[in-house]
Each structure stands twice: as C-alpha cells, then as structure tokens.
Design a protein around this ligand. Structure first.
Ligand SMILES: [Zn+2]
Length: 207
C-alpha cells in the first residue's frame, strides 16, 4: 500500500495491529476519523490511554475492575463459596446477562494451550487452588468453552483440587461444541448454568 503521507501510514499501521483488522479496514477507520471533528479522536485516544493506564484486576477473582475488589466479589448477595471458573471478562459478562448465577467468578485469563505456549503457570490457577485448599469454596463450576483447550484446562484444575473433595460441576452442554461462550444466546447459556452436571459425568461422555 503506497501512502501519500507518513502520518497516515503510521496511523493505519497502528490500527491494523488490532485483531481482525486488515490494512484496508484500518485505512477506512482512519479516514473516517479524519472526517470527524478532532475532538472525537481526542476522546478515543483518551479513553484507550486511561483504560490502559488505570485498569485494575480484582484481587479475589482477577476480573477487570475499577476497584481492587470488583462489584460482584464485594456484593453481600453473592455466594462466595460457589465459584464459577471462566476464561475472561467476556464470559463473566455473558453469564451475568443471564441473571441466573448468584455465586462469584474466578477468571483464569486464558486456557492452557501448548501450541500458543500458554501453560498452567501463565494462568490464575494457583490462586484458585489456594482458595479451595484453604476451605473457601464449596463448589467449582467449570464454564470454559468446550474446546480441546477448555477441556484440558478443566481437567488440569480438577486434578489439582481433587484431593480436597469439594463438589465440581461443568455447565450443561446446551452450548454447541466448539462455540465460544460469548456468542451463546442468553436462554441457552442460562439453562446450561442451571442444569450443570458433575465434572466426572462430563469425563464419561468425552473420554
Ligand atoms: Zn472479583
């Protein structure tokens, strides 16, 4: 792509670093911003910078939060002994939208994926095992997407916490295998979490 301006080229190169955005789309977005008042670009830049510099992660569940303890963990209405294990903030938002879950979350920050070089120690697994070993949980609900990486991660955690004998369950498979949680409709996702099944039963089906 030949640019008539180095400034334009720099902006397009930066925007095209985002996932799913090619050079053509980046150019379209940048040209759109140029047509808008300068204040819009200022607001966009400011919002991104502020998010990057000031964002916090909840000390209990590792979810993205503006405070050191997130609203869900801080709420007296939530059962902190019922912990739903999810990959990231998108899954928390998806399950919260169903209005069906009254426990708390534990956000792993990803899934075990040897191909991408993500091992158990790159994720918030230790703090989850700690909660269980300290007797702070009655039940873990595994709510990772039903992909090979999700199943591997579930199984790894299950083996770590098995000695403590707490209840483990996995969300019912109303969700199509291979689908990401965030794309499931609210009814399917809500039903899946109400009708969760013991994790051992899911092993019988899959292995
Ligand atoms: Zn939290």
């Amino acid at each position: 792509m030949d640019f008539s301006s180095k400034l334009l080229e720099n902006a397009v190169n930066e925007v095209s670093q985002l996932p799913g955005i090619g050079k053509r789309t980046a150019l379209r977005l940048v040209l759109h911003l140029l047509k808008q008042p300068a204040s819009q670009t200022a607001h966009l830049s400011q919002a991104l910078l502020q998010m990057r510099n000031e964002i916090n992660y909840c000390q209990h569940c590792h979810n993205i939060s503006d405070t050191s303890i997130c609203e869900i963990c801080a709420s007296p209405k939530r059962n902190e002994r019922l912990i739903c294990v999810v990959e990231d903030v998108r899954d928390v938002m998806a399950i919260e939208n169903t209005g069906q879950f009254k426990g708390v979350y534990h956000v792993l920050g990803g899934k075990i994926s040897p191909l991408e070089g993500i091992g158990p120690h790159n994720l918030h697994i230790n703090t989850l095992v700690e909660k269980v070993s300290q007797g702070k949980a009655d039940e873990l609900i595994f709510a990772l997407s039903s992909t090979m990486e999700g199943d591997t991660t579930n199984f790894y955690i299950f083996k770590q916490i098995e000695p403590y004998g707490i209840t483990t369950s996995t969300i019912a498979r109303g969700i199509a295998v291979g689908d990401e949680l965030e794309y499931a409709d609210e009814v399917t996702l809500g039903r899946s979490i109400v009708n969760r099944i013991p994790f051992e039963n899911s092993l019988k089906n899959n292995y």
